[in-house]
Design a protein around this ligand. Structure first.
Ligand code: ADP
Length: 475
């Protein structure tokens, strides 16, 4: 069984968020299920730099205004195909946004290219059984495949975040090679615009998203971001498959980026990492304080503005905060100010830093994820594995991966974290008090931590679900 994964991000070649982690780890897990995956990505400079031995499998004289080559190479366990099209991708920095902070003006063409090449390879040079389209950037693959008169591979579209839809003006229709028959409400038209994501939702055989609860949420008016009707009409073709994490990269027993390694049997060894984390963030080296970590993009979705509002409540509960984030400058400034006011208790670092992310997971007592919506969330999965108690909003994949430490679950000895709902300041404050009470109840805390670390957060189960889906399509 051969699958072409189509994505704009794949760890460790290019990453802005969880999408890259998923696309980086799923192929190896699918290989164990007998599914071989080739991953197609745009040839951004860091991608090409990491594929020095790649060979050309296709030359295209004119791909949306310039020559291109399609290169195939291996990196780690990944079989990668990259589109070397300098006129579209040879740009420094972020894959989506120029140095001025504004989307690249030709993003429609840049990601239509991804879809066009995917459709060409899937039916030609690579001849796969199925294509697996990740998020809006890959969406037009489905539209291009459905233009063909010949049989095409099965199409699975996975929504990692419905908030990003790839909307572009209708005047691009001809340039992108889309047919007027496709520009209808039952096609890729979205209120007069071209929607790359909707193309995949309409033309895919199956739609998955990254948790069962998010699959429910996106079919409601409240969580559907304007596409709930489309998703409801797809009926049983929509399902949720939870993400896993790469348990080789996220393994506290062998993690090279943490001061002291520890395993399930030795959570007490985390204490040295806590001190290291406190030092790194300039916090007071206080063993009795509950050290809360955050590793997050800083955007409205992640609810960090709410967290900022409850900093005094954290302090009242003797909780410290170590935050690593990148994103909205105003939020960064506000957290910096909070840290300046109370440096013993609040520390922040801004930017993207894998090593610090690992240190936070290994040294924090609890990991806070107060998201307003969260398709799956990966940081709480890392936290479970590293014995940092996840404190999460009860939404999307956070609801599906954390067992709230309420009276029933504590009595049964099955709790793994703390959830709060709704995502409001009062509910957040109240749950923080519950977290504080759990911290002070040392046996209950230890039990919760042991349960968390025993959870299977690997890709094994999810990969088996994807493999079943691909096989069902072929049948
Ligand atoms: P999203 O994809 O919405 O950003 P996820 O929780 O699904 O959120 O995935 C985020 C991924 O990015 C995780 O692997 C997390 O560790 C990582 N991450 C987020 N922010 C940072 C940061 N500032 N530095 C390092 N890693 C980060």
């Amino acid at each position: 069984m051969k699958v072409l994964a189509v994505t704009s991000e794949v760890f460790p070649l290019v990453k802005t968020g969880g999408l890259a982690d998923v696309c980086g780890a799923l192929p190896a897990a699918l290989a164990a299920e007998g599914v071989s995956v080739v991953t197609l990505v745009p040839g951004y400079p860091p991608v090409l730099a990491k594929l020095p031995d790649a060979v050309s499998i296709l030359d295209i004289a004119d791909l949306f205004g310039g020559p291109a080559r399609v290169l195939r190479g291996q990196t780690g366990a990944l079989d990668v195909v990259a589109i070397d099209a300098p006129h579209l991708y040879a740009r420094a920095g972020d894959p989506y946004v120029g140095p001025d902070g504004v989307d690249w003006p030709d993003n429609a063409v840049r990601f239509a290219t991804l879809g066009r090449v995917a459709a060409t390879l899937a039916t030609g040079a690579l001849a796969v059984d199925a294509v697996h389209l990740h998020d809006w950037q890959a969406g037009l693959t489905a539209a291009y495949l459905r233009q063909r008169d010949e049989p095409v591979p099965g199409i699975v579209a996975t929504v990692h975040n419905l908030a990003f839809q790839g909307l572009f003006g209708a005047h691009m229709l001809q340039t992108l090679g889309l047919s007027p028959e496709q520009f209808i409400p039952d096609g890729l038209e979205y209120h007069g615009a071209i929607s790359f994501l909707k193309a995949s939702l309409i033309y895919a055989d199956r739609i998955t998203t990254v948790s069962p609860t998010y699959a429910d949420e996106i079919r409601t008016a409240e969580g559907g971001m304007g596409l709930d009707g489309v998703l409801r009409r797809r009926g049983l073709n929509v399902s949720g498959i939870l993400n896993g994490i790469d348990t080789d990269i996220w393994d506290p027993e062998i993690d090279p980026s943490i001061p002291v390694r520890f395993g399930r049997g030795k959570p007490a060894r985390r204490a040295a990492n806590k001190v290291a984390l406190q030092r790194r963030f300039g916090l007071a080296e206080n063993g009795t304080a509950l050290l809360c970590g955050v590793v997050s993009r800083m955007s409205w979705q992640k609810g960090l503005d709410l967290l900022l509002e409850v900093v005094p409540a954290l302090r009242a509960e003797n909780m410290q905060l170590a935050l690593l984030g990148s994103g909205e400058p105003a939020l960064q400034a506000a957290f910096s100010a909070a840290a300046a006011r109370d440096p013993d208790y609040v520390g922040c670092m801004f930017g993207y830093d894998e090593t610090i992310a690992h240190l936070i997971q290994a040294g924090s007592d609890a990991l806070l994820v107060p998201s307003r919506f969260e398709p799956c969330g990966l940081t709480q999965l890392c936290a479970l594995r590293y014995g940092s108690i996840p404190f999460v909003a009860r939404v999307g994949g956070l609801a599906d991966t954390v067992i709230d430490a309420n009276a029933a679950s504590l009595a049964q000895g099955v709790a793994t974290g703390v959830q709060f709902a709704p995502v409001t300041r009062p509910a957040l404050e109240q749950a923080l008090r519950r977290l504080g009470a759990l911290w002070r109840n040392v046996p209950a805390w230890r039990r919760t931590q042991r349960n968390a670390m025993a959870m299977d957060v690997s890709w094994r189960g999810p990969a088996a679900s994807y493999a079943r889906l691909f096989r069902a399509l072929r049948a």
